[in-house]
Design a protein around this ligand. Structure first.
Ligand SMILES: [Zn+2]
Length: 279
């Protein structure tokens, strides 16, 4: 079976606040995520597709009605830190533990949902992250890139010694659903003026459709089974022309000759499928 996971990181205000770029205009860009989520929910409903939304605790607090709507529509919600803190930028293991736990507790308090999946903000894990996820009872992570189409169990840590030798810990209990920058809408599309550089983005949807559809094509032509994880952001994919890209991609997959072997799925459903197979 080929599993297609449409995943959405509902970042809203949080990355702008974390990066101290929270002027009025950038906050309005964050607010557009709320408009985008509603368009996405409508499309997913029309197409009967389940999806996964990674939600920072801060977004859960500030967009409660929208998060309730996501849950009511039957989509999975998962952990994305509290204020979109990349783990590798945090000072200590303890700080990282507290932040991820705060993300869990915020969602649990507001929506009575215990999140079991984690995606690190900016896909920057620290050497402690995987063990922290294990300790906090997470089942899966979706931030790493050691494979593309196949889930795996990542090592508990990777440490580089003074000579540059790579030391890997034992396999963890976490299941990794790998990601890729090429299958993420943000670098392709979003124009951002950071203090020290400009992220150009603003590529045409036809270029990105070509890349994404060919990645799916390669999977179904060359592997007997696998997963196809796309990472999107409501404030990015939610723009008109990009929503049409998403519709076009869904149609491409739904009408593909391999459609009978293909299933749109939430991340947790994929994990449940692979759980006993990945020892
Ligand atoms: Zn994010």
């Amino acid at each position: 079976m080929y599993f297609v996971c449409l995943t959405f990181d509902f970042d809203a205000y949080s990355p702008w606040i974390y990066r101290k770029m929270h002027d009025y205009s950038n906050l309005s860009r964050g607010e557009f995520a709320d408009v985008g989520v509603k368009r996405i929910i409508d499309l997913l409903k029309k197409e009967s597709i389940p999806a996964t939304f990674f939600i920072p605790g801060h977004t859960a607090e500030h967009f409660q009605e929208t998060v309730s709507l996501i849950i009511d529509e039957g989509h999975e919600i998962a952990n994305h830190g509290y204020m979109h803190e990349p783990p590798n930028e945090l000072k200590s293991r303890e700080e990282e533990f507290i932040i991820i736990k705060k993300g869990i507790e915020t969602i649990q308090r507001l929506f009575n949902v215990r999140t079991v999946g984690y995606r690190s903000p900016s896909w920057n894990l620290s050497k402690n992250t995987i063990e922290i996820l294990e300790n906090l009872g997470f089942i899966y992570d979706s931030s790493l890139m050691s494979n593309d189409y196949l889930p795996y169990r990542p090592p508990k840590y990777i440490i580089i010694d003074n000579e540059g030798r790579v030391n890997k810990g034992p396999k963890s209990n976490i299941i990794e659903l790998p990601v890729s920058w090429s299958l993420d809408d943000y670098p392709h599309f979003e124009y951002v003026r950071y203090p020290n550089f400009i992220q150009q983005g603003l590529r045409s949807v036809s270029e990105v459709f070509e890349n994404w559809s060919l990645d799916f094509e390669y999977l179904v032509r060359n592997l007997k089974e696998g997963i196809f994880v796309i990472t999107m952001h409501p404030e990015v994919i939610g723009r008109g022309h990009r929503m049409i890209l998403l519709q076009k991609l869904i149609n491409f997959i739904k009408f593909h000759e391999k459609r009978k072997e293909t299933e749109f799925s939430s991340m947790i459903d994929v994990v449940n499928h692979y759980r006993d197979k990945l020892l």
